[in-house]
Design a protein around this ligand. Structure first.
Ligand SMILES: CC(=O)SCCNC(=O)CCNC(=O)[C@H](O)C(C)(C)COP(=O)(O)OP(=O)(O)OC[C@H]1O[C@@H](n2cnc3c(N)ncnc32)[C@H](O)[C@@H]1OP(=O)(O)O
Ligand SMILES: N[C@@H](CCO)C(=O)O
Length: 353
């Protein structure tokens, strides 16, 4: 069975948290497997900052024949985020009011806006219940926000390497990356490639928050003792910047990093703790022990605030990106979560749901 690519068109005005509007939008989305007769086998995935809707590309170990989410058993859905650059309406899309690309005029979005758009797609697909909503990093923020907005829809939430409110540390990292984009003179232009050089530096900065001292030591340590103008770790940084610039644009990067900054489930809900009282989904909070960007204290805090929730800690040398890499541990933790068993093993801790 293969994944299917689709596009959802919403042709009415869409109001944003800022008070601005979008004159409609489209979302690119991927499905895998079939909805069963009881319509109770839906898994909805929310992707991270630079991801796309095809979860089999970046979480391939979780989805597929014989894997945790086998398409023979599950109907799996993931939409590219609103504002994204993998088929959904974003800054490079044409504004139907001006017939020109939005570029810098694309309105700023929050995670509330983004999950509001996802929810319109969910309704269009007629999915009244979702067995599990799963997301990591920015996708975890969106999943938590959505589970709060629609508490009766999501039966389970798997919240991976994410938080309830973006931290001062995280905002500072994001702003440092946006400073790099602003330093690029082309950012002043309205063109598809505006800020692309700055984006490369932004990605290089971001890598330092996605990885860890240990992962650099393990993979990028200089083999010899000679002085060079291009140390292995230096060329790695340059390469990672080039690689992202080849598949992403600075506008979407800017927009989504600001959506991440504004993430705060407590906004207009009396604060984070009060907001969490409204979470109905059985929830597994997952952290990565070396995560510098979304440190494990953030997921432990959530676990403590949500009675009956489960918690799993993944061990990784990869830092935050461990959520994409440590899929064997993640699979085990989710399986245990589904079985509602109390576990206490070397690689993760978890309490009964
Ligand atoms: C649409 C989407 O892509 S989905 C969303 C974003 N995607 C992801 O996050 C993908 C998830 N994958 C990853 O994060 C990583 O690949 C990991 C964590 C799984 C593996 O990490 P690593 O083994 O360090 O691989 P990483 O991708 O960081 O770097 C490897 C690349 O750097 C290159 N590289 C490694 N060392 C160096 C160096 N010293 N100098 C230059 N290039 C280098 C490799 O040749 C390789 O190139 P390639 O990607 O063109 O094959
Ligand atoms: N590797 C991830 C990191 C952010 O979670 C990405 O590029 O989206």
């Amino acid at each position: 069975m293969s994944t299917q690519q689709h596009t959802f068109h919403y042709q009415q005005e869409f109001s944003l948290e800022s008070g601005l509007t979008l004159p409609g939008f489209q979302l690119a989305y991927t499905t895998y497997g079939q909805l069963n007769r009881k319509r109770d086998n839906v898994i909805w995935v929310c992707h991270a900052l630079t991801g796309n809707s095809d979860f089999t590309e970046w979480w391939s170990s979780l989805f597929g024949e014989g894997k945790l989410y086998d398409p023979e058993d599950w109907f799996i859905v993931c939409a590219n985020t609103l504002g994204g650059c993998y088929g959904s309406t974003g800054p490079l899309s044409v504004n139907p009011n001006t017939l020109q690309p939005y570029f810098h005029s694309f309105p700023q979005l929050t995670n509330r806006d983004i999950v509001g758009a996802f929810d319109l797609l969910r309704q269009e697909l007629g999915l009244q219940q979702v067995h599990t909503l799963i997301g990591g990093s920015l996708g975890g923020q969106q999943a938590l926000e959505w589970a709060l907005q629609k508490p009766d829809v999501f039966e389970r939430l798997v919240h991976v390497a994410s938080n309830a409110r973006h931290s001062a540390w995280g905002i500072a990292f994001n702003e440092s990356q946006r400073m790099a984009i602003r330093q690029d003179p082309s950012w002043a232009n309205d063109s598809e490639t505006a800020g692309q050089q700055g984006l490369k530096t932004a990605r290089a900065i971001a890598m330092l928050s996605y990885r860890h001292y240990t992962s650099y030591e393990l993979t990028q340590q200089e083999p010899g003792n000679s002085i060079t103008d291009n140390y292995r770790a230096a060329s790695y940084q340059v390469y990672q910047g080039e690689k992202l610039a080849g598949r992403f644009n600075a506008y979407t990067y800017w927009l989504l990093s600001k959506a991440m900054d504004s993430h705060n489930i407590g906004r207009n809900r009396g604060g984070v703790e009060k907001a969490l009282h409204h979470l109905k989904a059985k929830t597994l909070f997952v952290g990565v022990d070396t995560d510098l960007l979304f440190p494990v204290e953030e997921q432990r805090f959530l676990h403590e605030q949500v009675p009956g929730s489960a918690f799993a800690l993944l061990r990784s040398n990869y830092g935050h990106d461990g959520f994409l890499v440590e899929t064997d541990q993640l699979t085990k933790a989710i399986r245990k979560f589904y079985q509602s068993e109390t576990i206490n093993e070397l690689y993760y801790e978890q309490q009964t749901v």
